[in-house]
Design a protein around this ligand. Structure first.
Ligand code: MSP
Length: 530
């Protein structure tokens, strides 16, 4: 079983392009693994507790529960619109999740991992956390990201994080691939070196924050939002649930033959996932081979690399974008114009250019040509038995190379490189069509009636159509609907059930009646300049 999760999104606002990227990336990976033949469980959801939610709800004059219900809808509606198909949906206000967090707190307390103490410390109101010296910038100050910093004296519950710091260092040193891409490993190790011996404050007094999960053994406190949120990866996977409507935890996680994969952005690797979460699992008794792998993606920035922010007014609304340019263009762009792990600048011109060049012109044109000419020159019937020339063999070779490159790239979660591989073959096919010129052969045949010429036309069109069939299969994780449309036009509904290990030349049987073309990727006209 391939158990895949994304971060759960804060519900104190609306989804932006960064949220959409992560969910589409996860959806593409989940669909790709299914295409490989794996059994997949994909969990995503929303993070509904915390100070920010409480504050925004107060500002809007509604109860936090009403507020998160409303904002949660914005996220789930967007995933539906973008074709993000998940198996499990995590909402942290769900009673089953609350029960799981409570049970974990109690058991950590019983095993001596929690203690209560009073502490006077600096606190960031915006980030909802106590600050330490490692949070100061090079000038020794707390940067603007922390917002207002105040001093608070408070009694709270602490988790003995520091007891496990040595284990974490040794785990990271032993486990090369615990984080992908590997260059992120040092970020975790450096953070551990900078601040060894610090425990984590995991409670908030109700006098300050009510909107959270109550401590089962100390009802004047609620749980720190990160401690609560991280647990979603196991609570909704059925950890100690006894609830029939949650998955079987053993199947998903503990008796699984591969470690779960958490997809997260680079901002939440340190300390939340790389330190807190791994130590939480270890403290709960998870063995090393059950510690999940972290796939860390980069950020979408505004043009010229500036951070997307409300104040700069450069936040991109993915829902609007899909309404304007279509879901395919948005999904394609989000995984095509970024290398997994790196950052990219959001650029509408590139979104249109990539759609128009690689989909409308290259693949759309190939499909249109192959089907149109088959209808016009061979009565829509594919013949697979013609003699092969060096050009045909080169085309098959190009497909085999593209397929191998695609698999290697997709196995490494490098979707952009996977798409490049498909595109290389599509470009090869269009070049082949230009060189073979079946339309001229057909003109010649009309005057000569030479059966060898007719056979040659059929062979060329077969090679084009077979390539479209392969492209439809390979593209299906990224553009499932477009891929289904291609399969329908080829009259090959069975393409949707093909698994990668069985994908080989010969998808179209001899004598197959092919369908009629209908544009799948209509060119997008650039919007009028305002
Ligand atoms: N609620 C926490 C995660 C808890 S996981 C147990 C959170 N939420 S978030 O809404 O701020 O971010 C959700 C995800 O979106 C994170 O993985 C984050 O890295 C990602 N992104 C937020 N802005 C982004 C971009 N501009 N670009 C790409 N991804 C971005 O953190």
């Amino acid at each position: 079983m391939f158990y895949l999760t994304t971060a759960i999104d804060y519900t104190n606002g609306s989804p932006h392009i960064g949220h959409a990227y992560e969910k589409v990336l996860a959806d593409v990976i989940a669909r790709y693994r299914r295409l490989r033949g794996d059994e997949v469980y994909f969990l995503t959801g929303v993070d509904q507790h915390g100070q920010k939610v409480q504050q925004t709800a107060e500002k809007e004059g509604v109860h936090p529960a009403t507020y998160v219900k409303r904002t949660t809808k914005k996220f789930s509606n967007l995933w539906e619109k973008l074709g993000v198909r998940y198996d499990g949906w995590a909402e942290t206000t769900d009673d089953r999740h609350k029960a799981c967090v409570g049970a974990i707190l109690s058991s950590l307390k019983e095993s001596g991992q929690l203690y209560k103490k009073s502490k006077k410390d600096l606190y960031s109101v915006r980030q909802e956390q106590f600050l330490t010296d490692r949070d100061r910038n090079e000038q020794g100050e707390f940067g603007p990201e922390w917002g207002e910093v105040i001093e608070i004296e408070e009694e709270n519950w602490y988790f003995r994080l520091s007891d496990h710091a040595d284990w974490l260092v040794s785990f990271i040193e032993r486990t090369e691939d615990f984080v992908l891409p590997a260059f992120r490993r040092n970020e975790v190790l450096n953070a551990l070196q900078r601040s060894p011996g610090l425990d984590l404050c995991i409670s908030r007094p109700k006098s300050r924050l009510r909107w959270g999960i109550e401590f089962p053994f100390d009802p004047e406190y609620v749980t720190y939002v990160w401690f609560d949120a991280l647990i979603n990866y196991i609570s909704f996977a059925g950890y100690q649930s006894g609830s029939g409507d949650l998955p079987d935890f053993g199947k998903l996680w503990s008796e699984n033959d591969r470690r779960p994969v958490h997809i997260i952005g680079k901002d939440i690797l340190v300390p939340a996932h790389g330190i807190y979460w791994l130590i939480m699992l270890h403290a709960m008794g998870f063995p090393d081979d059950q510690i999940p792998q972290l796939l860390v993606h980069g950020f979408w920035n505004g043009l010229r690399g500036e951070k997307m922010s409300k104040s700069l007014g450069n936040i991109v609304d993915p829902s609007e974008l899909a309404d304007k340019f279509g879901v395919d263009a948005v999904r394609y762009y989000l995984v095509r114009d970024i290398t997994t792990g790196k950052d990219s600048d959001f650029d509408l011109d590139r979104l249109l250019m990539l759609f128009n060049t690689e989909l409308a012109n290259a693949l759309g044109n190939l499909c249109n040509r192959a089907l149109n000419m088959s209808q016009n020159f061979t009565g829509g019937v594919i013949t697979t038995t013609g003699e092969l020339t060096a050009d045909d063999l080169a085309l098959r070779e190009s497909l085999a190379t593209s397929l191998a490159d695609y698999r290697a790239a997709m196995d490494e979660y490098d979707i952009s490189r996977g798409l490049e591989a498909i595109n290389r073959h599509v470009v090869h096919c269009n070049g082949y069509a230009e060189r073979m010129k079946p339309w001229e052969m057909n003109k010649e045949w009309k005057t000569s009636n030479d059966p060898a010429l007719k056979a040659r036309i059929a062979t060329v069109l077969y090679h084009l159509a077979e390539s479209v069939a392969h492209a439809a299969v390979l593209l299906s994780p990224v553009l499932p609907e477009a891929s289904a449309k291609l399969a329908a036009q080829l009259s090959l509904p069975g393409l949707e059930d093909i698994k990668l290990p069985a994908l080989a030349w010969g998808l179209i049987p001899d004598g197959h009646a092919i369908g009629k073309p209908k544009p799948v990727f209509p060119r997008i006209a650039p919007p009028e300049q305002e």
